[in-house]
Design a protein. Sequence first.
Length: 84
Amino acid sequence: MRAGLVDVASLTKRFGALAALDDASFGIRAGEVLGLIGPNGAGKTTLLECVAGLLPFDRGEIRLDGRLAPRGRPTPAIFYLPDA
C-alpha cells in the first residue's frame, strides 16, 4: 500500500484525566478531501493542532508523505489557521 499524504495512527492526546483524542486513525490520499464534524469539545481542534505539529501528543504517530513527522514541532508541510 502506498503511503498517503497524511497518515495518522492511534493518535492519543490527554489533558490530565481528559482524553481529548483516544486512538484516532485516518489517512488522506492525493485528491481526497477530509472533513471533521462534531460538537464542541469533540477534539477536532486538538487533532488538527497535533497534525500541524503545534501540540505534542501522548501516543501514536503522524506520517507526512510517508515520513514520520517530528512530535510537537511545526512542519512546513501543513498550514493551520485557527479561528481566533
